[in-house]
Design a protein around this ligand. Structure first.
Ligand code: GDP
Ligand code: MG
Length: 166
């Protein structure tokens, strides 16, 4: 089988690190220039039975000007068309305005959304549990998966869960 996956989240949460780990090339960093890649394939991971096609979703941040609004629409359309959305957050940071802004955009989207909590190598397990609880209050995510993109913890589990939805 094959499916389209979009990774969204604020800058520096670890999106490129994750892509580089699963795809094993530097594609993610190359296509990272803001607003030059619309709906572009960032990379493809092919395993024995599954093809994971990662699609870039630029512009799903707080718009600062009119072009921002337009880009938001492009981003939202992309979110509706993919099979799974990975909403990546930093385990070291609490739920903030930036996350709230993105979650608001999820209301009109029926695509399954995974909360991917990255950088768990940097936090105490108790902190992680508290963070998970705070996110559960905000939105009903299809899955909540803590990972370390840098060290690779739980990345295979995440791919296995994605497979269930594509
Ligand atoms: P992006 O802006 O979302 O694409 O984030 P990047 O992938 O560029 O990562 C931003 C910074 O976070 C880099 O310095 C990464 O090395 C670091 N980083 C990414 N994932 C992890 C992780 O799981 N653990 C730790 N400790 N650092 C990470
Ligand atoms: Mg990046």
């Amino acid at each position: 089988k094959s499916g389209f996956i979009s990774i969204i989240g604020r800058p520096n949460v670890g999106k490129s690190t994750f892509l580089n780990r699963v795809i094993g090339q530097k594609i993610a960093i190359m296509s990272d220039k803001p607003q030059t890649t619309r709906n572009k394939v960032q990379g493809v991971l092919t395993t024995d039975d599954t093809q994971f096609i990662f699609i870039d979703t630029p512009g799903i941040h707080k718009p600062k000007h009119k072009l921002g609004d337009f880009m938001m629409k492009v981003a939202q359309n992309t979110l509706k068309e993919v099979d799974v959305i990975l909403f990546m957050v930093n385990a070291q940071e609490g739920f903030g305005r930036g996350e709230e802004f993105i979650i608001e955009k999820f209301q009109s989207v029926r695509t399954p959304i995974f909360l991917v909590i990255n950088k768990i190598d940097q936090v105490h397990p108790d902190e992680l549990l508290k963070l998970i609880e705070s996110y559960k209050e905000k939105y009903e995510f299809s899955e909540i998966i803590p990972i370390s993109a840098l060290e690779g913890n739980n990345v295979e589990t995440l791919l296995g869960q994605i497979k269930e939805y594509i």
